[in-house]
Design a binder for this molecule. Structure first.
Ligand SMILES: NC(=O)c1ccc[n+]([C@@H]2O[C@H](COP(=O)([O-])OP(=O)(O)OC[C@H]3O[C@@H](n4cnc5c(N)ncnc54)[C@H](O)[C@@H]3O)[C@@H](O)[C@H]2O)c1
Length: 331
């Protein structure tokens, strides 16, 4: 049994608590949150214990920590937990600064303990099946990738202020999925972005609508489109064109009913947001981490993957700011 300490009992910490508690090989041994009431509520729900993050990291009875705290604490907590010999699953992003994330990467390499970044979309059944078909050679060699990722509505402006911007906060998931599918990061990234949904987002120097094109060493091309608003719900689709065909992953709908009448043909909306769409993916992500750590096998997602996605986000941010393409190797 893996004894787990959960750091952060906020929105995503509550999702992870469900999966830690439900997994047959893991136990929610302790919960921390600087907002004590959040930790107490979660600990009570799962008959767990409230401790501080420092106490969890120092506790020899805890084998692994799940870091679900605010982004600006991730790198410090990864370093502290790995120095104490804990296996770590950390939410995205590793940090908002590429330099800080790389320093953390170097420290973790010397600690020699497993660290995984919580890129949940790799564990979505649709996307993992698409990857399986690609790896089985069913569409030949990949040539052009298109990722659509639209949120149903923008986040609160207070969240935007500390998010690090759309490319680091939101598109980072799509950068990781692109690397997951293409098997390597791109060599060149060009980005455009606008603030046309909420002028307060633009006033913070951020964008709410963005498109990125990426070129790979072999000449393959990927396009990512992000919007902070889609009136019909959470739009999460992938299209991958290969030398022998195409793979597409469509949206998950609220139900499968299709109504056909004299007025037309209608279907249900996509599942509303990530908590609805990706709940099974979060459970699969936790199972992937717990299985690897208990068996001592390779993690399905590494800290290096987290740093690569951040490097791509940094390149996209710079490209948007300068209007010029950015070579990933220059960062
Ligand atoms: N994978 C995903 O799809 C996904 C979705 C949402 C959020 N996230 C990431 O998860 C992280 C948390 O996001 P959230 O939406 O849950 O935020 P949140 O604000 O709801 O929760 C974060 C919690 O961490 C607590 N906290 C801050 N510093 C702490 C510390 N040192 N020790 C203990 N607790 C501390 C805060 O009090 C808060 O309760 C962010 O990095 C975010 O990018 C990932």
């Amino acid at each position: 049994m893996l004894n787990v300490g959960l750091l952060g009992a906020g929105r995503i910490g509550q999702v992870h608590a469900v999966n830690i508690a439900a997994h047959p090989k893991t136990r929610l041994a302790a919960v921390s949150d600087v907002h004590l009431a959040s930790a107490e509520t979660l600990a009570k729900t799962y008959a767990s214990t409230v401790k501080t993050s420092d106490e969890i990291i120092a506790d020899p009875g805890i084998d692994a920590v799940l870091i679900a705290t605010s982004t600006d604490t991730h790198a410090d907590l990864i370093e502290a937990a790995t120095a104490a010999g804990k296996a770590v699953l950390c939410e995205k992003p590793v940090d908002l600064s590429l330099d800080r994330a790389r320093a953390c990467q170097a420290q973790v390499a010397s600690a020699g303990v497993p660290v995984m970044v919580g890129f949940n979309r790799r564990f979505d059944r649709n996307f993992s099946d698409l990857k399986g078909a690609l790896d089985a050679g069913e569409i030949g060699a990949p040539e052009m990738l298109a990722i659509t990722s639209f949120d149903p509505a923008p986040p609160p402006i207070d969240y935007v202020k500390v998010s690090g911007g759309l490319f680091r906060d939101m598109m980072i998931h799509d950068f990781d999925i692109a690397t997951f599918l293409m098997g390597e990061p791109p060599v060149k990234i060009s980005a455009v972005g606008s603030s046309i949904i909420d002028t307060r987002i633009g006033a913070e120097g951020d964008v709410d609508t963005a498109a990125v094109t990426m070129t790979y060493a072999g000449g393959q091309i990927a396009v990512i489109r992000n919007s902070r608003r889609a009136a019909y719900g959470y739009d999460q689709r992938i299209e991958l064109l290969g030398s022998d065909g195409m793979l597409q992953a469509q949206n998950m709908l609220e139900n499968s009913v299709v109504k056909s009448t004299a007025d037309g043909v209608t279907a249900a909306k996509p599942m509303y947001f990530f908590l609805e769409r990706y709940m099974p993916a979060f459970a699969a992500l936790w199972d992937g981490f717990a299985t690897s750590v208990t068996q001592g096998s390779a993690l399905p997602v590494s800290l290096d993957d987290g740093v690569t996605a951040l490097q791509m986000a940094e390149a996209a941010t710079r490209s948007h700011q300068t209007g010029q393409p950015v070579l990933l190797g220059d960062l």
